[in-house]
Ligand binder design. Structure first.
Ligand SMILES: O=C[C@H](O)COP(=O)(O)O
Length: 249
């Protein structure tokens, strides 16, 4: 059973450099503590350097396949062997730009667990879905794809990240109350199938989190930390966000 714990994850997307790995790992090594997990998700070529720096490291995606003729894809077992511990699956940019369906995301989730990586399942609705009142329906379908393929028990060793697409990189953060409502919906939905599992699950919020809004977001009962994009590229902002998550779970 994964232990519910405060977590701050930094997704560098297609940004970063060896210099930034050095700068960020020095800053993180100064703020890390037992009470929370800090994980960075650099682009693939920077994964070995990040691991060597001592910072917990994840990959931004993984192939759903076992090794074979899949040019350009990256096998989860190789990531695991390098020392990576987490992988993002179903980030909204993967879903929208690379057409990953709920079923493909569930396959990637399965492959991650098969090789011993912890998947962070990203879910969230688009702006039009939010305007049409479809948030819960969309998020439920994204989670159900994993439950239908693997059973609810598979969520035990995973993390969920709720990221409303309209809040990603836009500066439009969900209000703490808005985010809490969706996080509670997610936890209640899973609790209906397995309440112990749901209580032990870490659920992160993502979407324009910065050092000014993180404290109030992380103070919400069902928000256990954040998945940070832009602000994870600046050591000062990211470490301030990490500090605001300490002791909140
Ligand atoms: O994975 C991170 C999210 O897409 C959030 O990105 P952002 O903090 O730049 O809005």
């Amino acid at each position: 059973m994964a232990i519910r714990k405060a977590m701050v994850a930094g997704n560098w997307k297609m940004n970063g450099s060896l210099e930034l790995v050095k700068q960020m790992s020095d800053a993180i090594n100064d703020v890390k503590s037992q009470e929370m997990d800090i994980v960075l998700f650099p682009p693939f070529p920077l994964v070995p350097a990040m691991i060597a720096s001592g910072v917990s490291t994840g990959a931004q995606t993984v192939s759903e396949n076992t090794p074979g003729a899949f040019t350009g894809e990256v096998d989860g077992q190789l990531l695991k062997d390098l020392g990576a511990t987490y992988v993002l699956v179903g980030h909204s940019e993967r879903r929208s730009i690379y057409n990953e369906s709920n079923e493909t995301v569930a396959e990637k989730f399965a492959r991650a667990q098969e090789v011993g990586l912890t998947p962070i399942l990203c879910v969230g609705e688009s702006e039009s879905e939010q305007e049409n009142g479809q948030t819960e329906q969309v998020v439920a379908a994204q989670i159900d794809a994993v439950i239908e393929k693997l059973g609810v028990a598979a969520l035990k060793d995973s993390v969920i990240a709720y990221e409303p697409v309209w809040a990603i990189g836009t500066g439009k953060t969900a209000s703490p109350e808005q985010a809490q409502t969706v996080h509670k919906f997610i936890r209640d939905k899973i609790a209906a199938l397995d309440s112990t599992l749901a209580q032990g699950l870490s659920i992160l919020y993502g979407g324009s989190v910065n050092e000014k809004n993180s404290e109030l977001l992380f103070a919400q009962t069902d928000i256990d930390g954040g998945l940070i994009g832009g602000a994870s590229l600046k050591a000062e902002s990211f470490t301030a966000i990490c500090n605001s998550a300490k002791g909140t779970v």
